[in-house]
Design a protein around this ligand. Structure first.
Ligand SMILES: [Cu+2]
Length: 475
C-alpha cells in the first residue's frame, strides 16, 4: 500500500476512471463547456478521512465570466484541474487556503492540489481583479464518504437549450421585468459621480481644489454596495474643469492606509507634479496632504487617477475627469456629407467614464445597469460626450440610432473628424464625440462586448440609453 503524493496524469488512469457527471453550459453565445468529475477509485492506493479513499480530480472550465464544472468530490484529497476556455487570462484560487494557480492564457490548463478536504463547502474564485464580481465564483462541495453518488449533480444552471418552453418563457419575462426598471426610481442609487467641483480662489487668483482619497461605501446598483476607493466619496471622482491659463492647485489628502499619488493624465504639468512616486515626488502617506500646482496652459480633455498602486486603486474607483477649456468643435464643417451647424452648441457635455474591474466592475460613470443614468435630450439637440477608459479592457461603445462624430482623440481636436456608430476605447484613451438626436425614442447605448452588458437572465454593467423627446408632441 502506498500513498502517492502526486496524482498520475488522468489519461493513465483510464481503467479506473468513472465519469460521474457531464454538464454542458451555454453562456451568452460563448459556446459549450464540458466538465466532468473524474474519480479514481478501487486501487486502494490511499485512504482519505473516514475511509473515503483516493484522490479526486475535479475538472473545471474558466470562461468570461464563469467557473463551471461538476464541483463535487468525496472527502479526501482533491485536485483541481482548471482549463481556461475563455479568451483572456484567468486563474483559480481556493479561498480557504489562498492557494492559487498562475494566470492561465486562453487554452492553458493547470492543476491545483487542495490537499485533504473534510466534508463541507469551499469557495473557488478567479482572483484576477474584477472577475469574481463578474461571476467567476463557484462552490466546491465535499461530501462525506459513501456519498459519492451525489457527485453526479451538476452545480451549474441548466443551459438555455435544455430548458422547457415554460422555463424559457419565465426567464424571458424575468429579463424584461428587470430591463423595464431602467430609468425608474426603483433603481435609483445612493451617490453620484462626476459632480462638478468648485474651487476656492486664493489671493493671487489661483483656483484651489481639495480632494481626499479614502475607502468609502459605494452603491453600484440597488443594494449592491462595495468598498470603493474614492476621491471625495464618489465614483468617478469630482469633475474638475478650469480655463486655459488658470493657475491651479489641487490639494490631495490621503486617508487610505496605503500611500498614493495623483497623475494628471493628458494634462500639461511640470515634471515635479506628474504624480509618479518616487521619480517626481515622494509618496503621499496616510494622513498627509500634497499640493499639485500648475498653470493649465493647454486645452485638455484629461483625467486624474492614482499612479502608485494604480492596478488596484484605479479599477476600485480612484479616477476623475479633468478638463482645461472647452473643446474646439468642427462648427460649420461638412463631414461625409453631414453638416455641423456653424452655431452648434451642445445642450449637454457628458463625461462617460468606463470601468470594468476591481470593486466597481463593469460600469458607466460608476454605476451598473439598470442604475446607469440615461441621457435625456430633445429632438434636434446636439450633445457632446467624452469617453474615458479607466478600466483594464477595451470597450467598443455603440450608440443605437445616431452616428457619433469623433471630434477629438485624447482631447486633441481632429483635423478630419469622422462618423462612427461604434468606437473602440482602450484603457487610458479618450474620445470626444458630437451627436445629433435625429429621432425620438429610447436608444440603447452600450459596450458591444456583449458579456460586459448581459448575463443569462438580466442586463448589467455597461449599458445605458439616449432618450430623445419631442417637445412639440408633448404640448
Ligand atoms: Cu466592454
Amino acid at each position: 500500500m502506498s500513498t502517492p503524493t502526486t496524482p498520475p496524469p488522468i489519461e493513465r488512469r483510464s481503467p479506473v476512471l468513472v465519469i460521474l457527471g457531464i454538464a454542458a453550459v451555454y453562456l451568452l453565445g460563448i459556446g459549450g463547456i464540458i466538465a466532468g468529475v473524474l474519480i479514481a477509485g478501487g486501487d486502494g492506493s490511499s485512504s482519505g478521512p473516514g475511509g473515503g479513499g483516493g484522490t479526486t480530480t475535479v475538472e473545471l472550465s474558466l470562461t468570461e465570466f464563469a467557473i463551471t464544472g461538476n464541483l463535487t468530490a468525496p472527502a479526501g484529497r482533491v485536485v483541481l484541474k482548471a482549463t481556461n476556455d475563455g479568451t483572456i487570462p484567468h486563474n483559480v484560487q481556493f479561498v480557504s487556503t489562498g492557494a492559487q494557480t498562475e494566470d492561465l492564457a486562453g487554452g492553458a490548463s493547470a492543476t491545483l492540489d487542495l490537499g485533504e478536504l473534510e466534508p463541507g463547502t469551499y469557495e473557488i474564485i478567479c482572483q484576477v481583479a474584477g472577475h469574481k464580481d463578474s461571476g467567476m465564483v463557484a462552490t466546491l462541495t465535499v461530501t462525506a464518504a459513501g456519498e459519492e453518488s451525489s457527485a453526479a449533480t451538476p452545480t451549474t444552471a441548466a443551459s438555455h437549450a435544455e430548458m422547457t418552453h415554460e422555463e424559457a418563457m419565465a426567464l424571458d419575462d424575468k429579463m424584461m421585468e428587470q430591463m423595464k426598471t431602467f430609468g425608474t426610481d426603483a433603481v435609483a442609487t445612493e451617490g453620484k459621480g462626476n459632480t462638478p467641483l468648485e474651487p476656492t480662489i486664493t489671493a493671487d487668483g489661483t483656483k484651489e481644489f481639495a480632494i481626499t482619497a479614502a475607502i468609502t461605501k459605494w452603491e453600484l446598483e440597488p443594494g449592491k454596495i462595495v468598498d470603493a476607493w474614492t476621491y471625495n466619496g464618489q465614483v468617478p471622482g469630482p469633475w474638475i474643469k478650469v480655463n486655459v491659463g488658470d493657475k491651479v492647485r489641487v490639494k490631495v489628502t490621503n486617508e487610505l492606509t496605503l500611500s498614493t499619488d495623483v497623475h494628471w493624465h493628458g494634462i500639461h504639468v511640470p515634471n515635479s507634479f506628474d504624480g509618479v512616486s518616487p521619480y517626481t515626488q515622494t509618496m503621499i502617506k496616510n494622513g498627509e496632504t500634497f499640493a499639485y500646482e500648475f498653470v493649465a496652459d493647454q486645452p485638455a480633455v484629461g483625467m486624474y487617477h492614482a499612479h502608485m498602486h494604480g492596478e488596484e486603486a484605479v479599477p476600485n474607483g480612484m479616477f476623475g475627469v479633468f478638463q482645461v477649456g472647452d473643446l474646439a468643435l468642427p462648427a460649420g464643417k461638412t463631414v461625409s456629407g453631414i453638416n455641423v451647424p456653424a452655431n452648434v452648441k451642445p445642450v449637454q457635455e457628458i463625461p462617460m467614464v468606463l470601468n470594468d474591474a476591481g470593486e466597481i466592475g463593469y460600469s458607466l460613470n460608476g454605476k451598473s445597469f439598470p442604475s446607469t443614468e440615461p441621457v435625456v435630450v430633445n429632438l434636434g439637440d446636439w450633445f457632446l460626450v467624452h469617453y474615458f477608459n479607466e478600466g483594464l479592457q477595451v470597450h467598443p461603445m455603440h450608440m443605437h440610432g445616431f452616428p457619433q462624430l469623433i471630434v477629438a482623440k485624447d482631447g486633441i481636436p481632429l483635423d478630419q473628424p469622422y462618423w462612427a456608430d461604434t468606437i473602440l476605447v482602450s484603457p487610458g484613451e479618450r474620445y470626444s464625440v458630437l451627436v445629433k438626436a435625429t429621432d425620438v425614442g429610447t436608444w440603447v447605448w452600450h459596450c458591444h462586448i456583449l458579456n460586459h452588458v448581459e448575463m443569462k437572465d438580466r442586463l448589467f454593467g455597461m449599458a445605458t440609453a439616449v432618450v430623445v423627446k419631442d417637445p412639440a408632441a408633448q404640448s
